[in-house]
Ligand binder design. Sequence first.
Ligand SMILES: [Fe+2]
Ligand SMILES: [Fe+2]
Length: 134
Amino acid sequence: MSFLDWRSDWDTGMGEMDRQHQRLVHLINDLHDAMKVGQGAGRVGTVLHWLQDYTETHFQQEEALLRARKWPGLNRHLVLHHELLDQLGRYVSDHDAGRHVSSLDISDFLRDWLINHIVQEDKQYGAALSGTAV
Ligand SMILES: [Fe+2]
Ligand SMILES: [Fe+2]
């Protein structure tokens, strides 16, 4: 059983965004597994950087979509993405600098922000924009 299992009610209805969200869940599971089995810091660091890179890519693409579709909640959404990337960046910096990063903290943070963000924020644009051409 995975740390996080995708649920169909997390779908936004925007196909490419949903595929990217599922990829994020997959990476969070990989990170959790790497931390759980006590793999070396190298593996944890590698997955953490993949996750950071993919989160940035996803946010950029999502923001471009919302901008193109003139989503009225864009500015608020930009702030939320920025805050999430800031926090993730702090975890990555701490890890890279060899400072202790609690694997529980980071797994819980990632799970909570991802799910809360998708369910409470991304689904809002999904409800408004889905059903029309992306
Ligand atoms: Fe978002
Ligand atoms: Fe998203």
